[in-house]
Write a protein of this length. Structure first.
Length: 68
């Protein structure tokens, strides 16, 4: 597992979000999230990283309800 794979998995778990929901929020397939987390798909696209960063950087009032 790469450092990014570990980070993505821990981030998702820490917020209590399932892969399918994270994929929905980011506009990707659940299978892509899974492949990133287990390290079979690397590196993530720049677009994916940007979308993830924007989702994390949202103010708490703008974050999806599950992430508050």
């Amino acid at each position: 597992m790469s450092p990014f794979s570990k980070y993505l998995h821990q981030l998702r778990i820490s917020y209590g979000v399932r892969q399918v929901k994270l994929a929905e929020w980011l506009g990707y397939e659940q299978s892509y999230i899974s492949a990133l987390e287990i390290g079979t798909k690397e590196p993530p696209t720049a677009e994916f990283v940007q979308r993830l960063r924007e989702l994390i950087d949202l103010s708490s009032c703008d974050r999806p309800v599950k992430w508050r």
